[in-house]
Design a protein around this ligand. Structure first.
Ligand SMILES: *[C@@H]1O[C@H](CO)[C@@H](O)[C@H](O)[C@H]1NC(C)=O
Ligand SMILES: *[C@@H]1O[C@H](CO)[C@@H](O)[C@H](O)[C@H]1NC(C)=O
Ligand SMILES: *[C@@H]1O[C@H](CO)[C@@H](O)[C@H](O)[C@H]1NC(C)=O
Length: 390
């Protein structure tokens, strides 16, 4: 019975695609609130992974999409668990439609792309993939399911070259999900290279380092957030409904406190974004490059996802037989400079240039949180503790 419903919905899905080929208007594509709830829930758990690396950035959207795939492929208690953790409150096909709509929406944004390289790999010994699932996964998520020979180092290094060097991936494994993400965006208002100056940045430890601070003077959305003891600034990307929201603590050592507030369940980035007021702002933002990778197993287990990782897993529809998920891997890379998050061929800072005076000032010269968002979904979220050191 359930499968008949799914077939019907798939047919509806096709209709939906035909409709969504028309270019969506910015703002039209409002992601459902369960996506925001999921990213808010995951953020504090990811922060706990940070261990000495001082780097945290992840893509709530990409992680959520991997869960939505497992949601479709599970049944029984496993399904209920994925449903709870993913905050999915509707049929897997409707969830898939939400993701598909967002993926299509992003494809229409010429100057801001979330370059995702997702893959579902499974142990070839387990037999063939379930063709219905595979079709679903390709259709809605553009994700391929690949059989790999987990006994063969060569096969593994061709499919998971980055991961086999960093994590213990054994031939006993059954399924590995991986999503590597890079965000590429061009600022709506470029930072002029001649305004990039060597400046001080206050580390959480109290020390000060020299960084390349970009400067700009433009009309931006700015909000004072007294309850977070922080200030928010929105830097839009060109030709897109995508922007970078920066949450800067008012205190030099305010990051930990800010992140504690952000981890509260009632916290909502969209509500913060709604409070931005457009005004003339002199912005200082350091160059930063973040490269973060992690096994999402622990954070997801903390949120209550455990069945899928067990031998008793009821991920029954991915292959022709039941499969256990061994790893959910995630990597994010972002490089922020004058042009945006794409390389701008910049060779070095130039030091003297004065800024207009009569405006608000927002200088990110201490650790801050940032999020890259579409009107209602969070593509990337992380913090910068140590920018590019000069
Ligand atoms: C699954 O069962 C095998 C064989 O009994 C055991 O070696 C392995 O540790 C189990 N794996 C998990 C994740 O429970
Ligand atoms: C990041 O971008 C800057 C400016 O375009 C460039 O100089 C630098 O090499 C890039 N860093 C990496 C690690 O790619
Ligand atoms: C960087 O330089 C190369 C070669 O000069 C050029 O093709 C490319 O467009 C430049 N990139 C940017 C972002 O300016």
């Amino acid at each position: 019975m359930a499968s008949k419903v799914a077939i019907l919905l798939l047919a509806l899905g096709h209709l939906e695609v035909a409709q969504s080929l028309a270019k969506p208007e910015p703002g039209e594509c409002l992601a459902p609130t369960y996506m925001t709830r999921f990213s808010a829930k995951l953020f504090p758990e990811i922060l706990k992974l940070e261990i000495n690396r001082e780097v945290v950035v992840f893509s709530p959207f990409a992680v959520h999409a991997m869960l939505a795939l497992i949601y479709r492929a599970s049944e029984g208690e496993t399904l209920s668990e994925v449903q709870r953790v993913g905050e999915f409150n509707q049929h897997p096909v409707f969830v898939a439609l939400d993701f598909e709509r967002l993926i299509k929406f992003k494809e229409h944004l010429p100057s801001a792309t979330l370059d995702t390289r997702p893959g579902v790999f499974y142990n070839r010994k387990l037999g063939p993939v379930n063709s219905r699932y595979n079709e679903f996964s390709k259709f809605y998520f553009d994700i391929d399911t690949k059989p790999v020979d987990m006994d063969s180092g060569r096969d593994m290094s061709s499919w998971l070259p980055f991961w086999i060097k960093r994590f213990d991936i054994s031939s006993q494994m059954q399924a590995i999900l991986d999503n590597t993400v890079e965000f590429k965006g061009v600022w709506k208002h470029n930072f002029d290279k001649i305004n990039t100056r060597k400046s001080e940045f206050h580390l959480g430890s109290g020390e000060t380092i020299n960084v390349a601070m970009m400067h700009n003077h433009e009309v931006y959305g700015l909000a004072d957030l007294p309850e977070l003891d922080a200030t928010a600034l929105e830097l839009p990307f060109k030709n897109s409904a995508t922007s970078m929201l920066i949450l800067l603590p008012n205190q030099l050592d305010g990051l930990a406190n800010l992140e504690q507030q952000l981890a509260q369940p009632e916290f909502d980035l969209n509500r913060i974004a709604n409070r931005l007021h457009r005004q003339s702002v002199t912005v200082g933002l350091p160059w930063f490059t973040l490269d973060f990778f992690c096994d999402l197993g622990d954070p997801l287990k903390k949120l209550g996802l455990s069945q899928v990782f067990r031998n008793s897993s009821k991920v029954t529809k991915l292959l022709e037989q039941t499969v256990r998920v061994d790893k959910i891997l995630h990597r994010v890379y972002i490089n922020v400079s004058e042009l945006g998050t794409v390389n701008s061929n910049y060779s070095g800072p130039v030091y003297d240039q004065s800024m207009p005076a009569n405006s608000k000032e927002f200088v990110a010269n201490r650790p801050f949180v940032f999020a890259i968002r579409t009107p209602n979904s969070v593509l990337l979220m992380g913090h910068v503790k140590v920018p590019w050191i000069l």
